[in-house]
Ligand binder design. Structure first.
Ligand code: AHR
Length: 492
């Protein structure tokens, strides 16, 4: 048993944890939308206008705050007008990025906006800068947000939506340093400004415009973008960073069968998130000390080899307790960097990469990663506070602290989330609380062997259980089993 000392100071606030840090991402990729979220109205699977009811309920239960769509890479080849109007008239296209399959556009703007309404989350639309036009994106914004009489508002009404939906989060391009056009940052910055200029704030709607940000540790991209945005009196509210937990792109390894070595390697990569956010933040602070531009991590998560027998272009992978630890480390890191990080979107919501839900026919299972979002949901809209944890590095030569942690406070309730990354050793946590006097405590735990996962035969093998914790004299005591994620709730 390892003794872990913690100090939590509720008077020392590090940042406000926007609920959007617990955001998600759904792309027209593999079976995320079709065969996942959307089954079509004629399906025997219970649905609302084709959107699965079990998916809606599962998204609501973790209080999904924001959903990004339609991509990813797909966004930069998507033409939104193909996805509106009578379904039988919608043209097909080839999904060239993801398996070369035919996209019939039966899930489009109206379907996505209805999904968000049903879930109660903010839509985050990723616009096409790579292969679209300025006019096309400008018109999409008009279609979504203009209340008066105009060509796009009239077209929307003709398609059955009288009132505009309103849209806050608008991405302008995706990975334009790569699949979104292979641009230099200077060139992209110019393109971005041109597109942004014509995305107007109509009818009282106020856009939060998100520019393409760096690929992982490309600090040069951040530098150029920030310099450029500053020179033009900003014009962006957010800069989108993408970072996947992949030790090596040409050696991704399997989702379920992995060695101890691979386990530590993956956690080492995940822990790099902290340095990444710190260094991008430093650059952003230099140009923008007032924090006008948020860092948005709108793609993150694990990326393994696809499951055997599945389409390599569909990025379908299983999800184990290892993924749960990756999620916990990442979310704790985002909380701690919440002064600059204002949104994050795990890739992806259903059946793709580090999915929170896996779906096959009528069956739907919640992955260990889903349960981590459940354990962390009380952090939404709270203040992240100072939290020191005495730690031990689990693997020589790598950065794998045994314990990952963060603490937040909201309305007289402190939420502490902890992950024990040791494969064998239990941790006994002893935390001194300052600036907060707790009178009662409860806890929940997700724990199992590191390869454990849920499947369609047993969807509840890995699931959340009640856990014990004690609070007395300003001290919190809680034990963390090996390979576990724990949520502690302390009430004043
Ligand atoms: O999430 C899968 C893909 O990863 C996205 O489409 C793309 O933006 C990234 O490279």
């Amino acid at each position: 048993m390892k003794q872990i000392k913690m100090v939590i100071n509720a008077d020392d606030k590090l940042g406000h944890v926007n609920r959007e840090i617990y955001g998600h991402f759904s792309e027209h990729l593999g079976k995320c939308i079709y065969g996942g979220i959307f089954v079509g109205e004629g399906s025997p699977i219970p649905n609302i206008h084709g959107i699965r009811k079990d998916v809606i309920e599962a998204f609501k239960a973790i209080r999904m705050p924001v959903l990004r769509w339609p991509g990813g890479c797909f966004a930069d080849e998507y033409h939104w007008k193909d996805g509106i109007g009578p379904k039988e008239d919608r043209p097909c296209m080839i999904n060239t990025n993801w398996g070369g399959v035919t996209e019939d556009n039966s899930f489009g703007t109206h379907e996505f906006m209805e999904l968000c309404e049903l879930v109660g989350c903010e839509p985050y639309i990723a616009g096409n800068l790579g292969s679209g036009t300025v006019q096309e994106l400008s018109e999409w914004v008009e279609y979504l947000t203009f209340d008066g009489k105009s060509p796009m508002a009239d077209l929307r009404r003709k398609n059955g939506q009288d009132k505009p939906w309103g849209l806050k989060y608008l991405g302008i391009g995706n990975e334009n340093w790569g699949g979104g056009g292979n641009m230099e940052p200077e060139y992209y910055a110019g393109q971005y400004r041109q597109y942004r200029t014509f995305c107007r704030n109509h009818s009282g709607n106020k856009l939060f415009a998100i520019a393409c940000g760096p690929n992982g540790s490309d600090y040069h991209w951040t530098e150029v973008m920030m310099k450029n945005l500053k020179a033009f009196d900003w014009m962006a509210d957010g800069l989108a960073l993408h970072f996947y937990s992949v030790p090596e792109w040409n050696k991704k390894g399997k989702a379920v069968e992995f060695s101890e070595e691979e386990y530590y390697e993956l956690l080492n990569t995940t822990n790099f998130t902290d340095e990444l956010l710190r260094r991008h933040t430093q650059i952003m602070d230099h140009y923008d000390p007032e924090g006008k531009v948020a860092l948005i991590v709108d793609e993150w998560g694990t990326w393994f080899e696809v499951e055997e027998g599945t389409n390599p272009g569909f990025l379908y992978q299983q999800n184990t307790m290892r993924d749960a630890l990756v999620a916990a480390i990442s979310l704790n890191t985002f909380n701690r960097h919440s002064a600059r990080v204002k949104m994050a979107n795990i890739a992806q919501a259903v059946n793709v990469l580090q999915a929170i839900l896996l779906i096959e026919g009528e069956k739907m299972i919640k992955t260990p990663t889903y349960h981590v979002f459940d354990l962390f949901k009380d952090h939404q809209d709270s203040d992240c506070v100072y939290c020191y944890t005495s730690n031990e590095n689990l693997k020589e030569g790598k950065n794998v602290p045994m314990i990952s942690s963060s603490a937040t406070v909201k309305d007289g309730v402190m939420t502490v989330t902890l992950a024990n990354c040791s494969l064998t050793e239990e941790a006994e946590v002893d935390a001194d609380l300052y600036g907060f006097s707790g009178s009662s405590v409860s806890a929940r735990v997700l724990t199992d062997e590191v390869h454990a996962h849920n499947d369609f035969e047993n969807g509840d093998k890995v699931t959340i259980k009640e856990h014990s914790a004690e609070i007395a004299g300003g001290k919190l005591k809680v034990s963390l089993p090996p390979v576990s994620v724990v949520q502690v709730t302390i009430r004043a």
